[in-house]
Design a protein around this ligand. Sequence first.
Ligand SMILES: [Zn+2]
Length: 311
Amino acid sequence: MDELEGGIRRVTLPLPTRPGHVHAYLLPGEDGWIVVDTGVGTPDAKEAWRAELERAGGPVAAVFVTHFHPDHVGAAADLHELTGAPVYQGTLDYAQCELVWGNPAWSERLRDWFRLHGVPDDVTAELVGQSSLYRPFIRYQRDPVLVEAGEYLDGWELVAAPGHADGQLCLVKDGVLVSADHLLPRITPTVGLWPASRADPLGDYQGALRRMEELAPRIALPGHGDPIPDPAGRARELQEHHRLRLEEAVTALGSEPKTGYELSFALFGDDLKPGSRRFAVAETLSHAERLVNEGAALRQEDDSTVSYTAA
Ligand SMILES: [Zn+2]
């Protein structure tokens, strides 16, 4: 556990996949700690949390989940059991959490969706298998307290940060932003189109980055990596990154229709493991849809395939 400014504590939990760790934060509140994010609900997660909370001392007033990805929501039910504290989660985020993790038919839906975007059947089977790896370790809290951007949790304002996850919420107070996976140092947060995600995740993300520039927090505490000393500058870098990626995508699209799967090779190369190809396809699609919205690309769609051409 690391002590940060303003009495904030950082707990670093191991992850079996890249980037190898995730940070949770303990924010001091009037009535006790606000625990932000939980790590994955592996069998030893609960014991690890028990030790960390003992080290921190004092009661836990609230558990807050920024978004429903396994490394953020996975041990929410464990933390609730340990502390008795209510779990707070955004309304949209919880709906998607249930849709993905509470739904045995999700794998089928994901399989159909990859097929629709041109992924061959054998690769689809691998991609869907990869996405199920975390499933046994996701112990999200059923019926959490649902919250919205603009509300406050013990003095911390909840800020909408869609893109990486549609319903992601960050917290901000006195210039300190708990940014979860909205702003990360060095690595670029993935922004993907998924079944049942909002129509234009990259457009959402660009808007959220612009708002982050205006908010201009003094420091951001991310879900992975070191604190970010210039969050507005990082938000500008990420916008520039996506501007360049959109240019690459437009160049890679020609008059011949390309599926998201085909286009992902032009953008991400052909040397990807299945777990990474899954995100590459989703991210390629978020760029293709942004281009459609900008009028730079066209989407063709029939019952079996979605493809894109340059406009
Ligand atoms: Zn995430």
